[in-house]
Write a protein that binds this ligand. Structure first.
Ligand code: NAD
Length: 249
């Protein structure tokens, strides 16, 4: 078991077809006690119940600092520590550069970027006390390519911002035993793109990917488990591409 008795908090983890829930399931199967955070309508308690006994689901909006702080306090009250944080919550919007409104910009950046800031700020004090912790931030291939698949330019900017924020955290907290790393998934079949990309478009994209297929949530979950576990104990500030070779150049 790679994560025996570790306490793992995953934001945006309630969607059962999503990367977050897949990561929750894989972390639980590796011995972690998992806390799923998500919005009320996503029903995080029901998602956590699907993992079996000993896990927790809490409503938390990552764009709201007091909500993040309350979630971290509830985790500490129940489990006494936070070993792993996966900043996974994110939303996207397919829109062209000139059409992005201020409201769109705030909405998209707030979940991925502000959310990564607030939830990390909420979890870090406990990790500092423990003098250990692993934070995994979910960015996107969109940050590296400038979008082009389904996210708009503001999504690319949010996910590129996540890379910078994560590296800065890695630099600041490394001496206290806290590692911070990023994952940049390529195109992964989840609810985020279900109604945006047609089957034909997906097949077309798959032909351009060296591994010849779109990713699945477990492809990303395995990498999150690696970055959360001691297997990656000398890795911090890194970005792992999980995209089937889409970016080979
Ligand atoms: P998803 O829609 O299943 O998951 C996103 C989750 O975030 C949902 O459960 C949603 O309820 C939650 N969420 C939204 N706003 C929130 C908020 N304010 N507070 C807390 N939770 C909130 O989609 P997914 O594909 O599993 O996405 C997970 C992450 O992976 C996202 O950050 C996404 O940008 C990123 N990503 C996805 C892909 C892909 O192709 N699917 C590729 C690259 C990156």
């Amino acid at each position: 078991m790679l994560l025996k008795d570790k306490v793992a908090v995953i934001t945006g983890g309630a969607g059962i077809n999503g990367l977050g829930f897949s990561t929750a399931r894989m972390m639980a199967s590796q011995g972690a006690r998992v806390v799923i955070l998500d919005l009320t309508q996503a029903d995080p308690a029901a998602a956590a119940a699907r993992l079996g006994e000993g896990h927790l689901g809490l409503v938390a909006d990552v764009t709201d600092k007091s909500s993040c702080d309350a979630a971290a306090a509830a985790v500490l009250e129940k489990f006494g520590r936070i070993d792993i944080l996966v900043n996974n919550a994110g939303i996207t919007q397919p829109v062209k550069f000139l059409d992005i409104t201020g409201k769109d910009y705030d909405r998209i950046l707030d979940v991925s970027l502000r959310g990564t800031l607030y939830m990390s700020q909420a979890a870090l004090p406990a990790m500092r006390k423990q003098r250990s912790g692993a934070i995994v931030c979910i960015s996107s291939v969109s940050a590296q390519r400038g979008g082009g698949i389904l996210g708009g330019p503001h999504y690319s900017a949010a996910k590129a911002g996540v890379l910078g924020l994560a590296r800065a955290m890695a630099r600041e907290f490394g001496a206290e035993g806290i590692r911070v790393n990023c994952v940049t998934p390529g195109l992964i079949s989840t609810d985020i793109n279900k109604n945006i990309l047609s089957a034909e478009k997906k097949a077309e994209i798959a032909e351009t990917i060296p591994l010849g297929r779109l990713g699945g949530p477990d492809d990303v979950a395995g990498v999150c488990v690696f970055l959360a576990s001691d297997l990656s104990q000398y890795c911090t500030g890194i970005t792992l591409d999980v995209n089937g070779g889409m970016l080979i150049h």
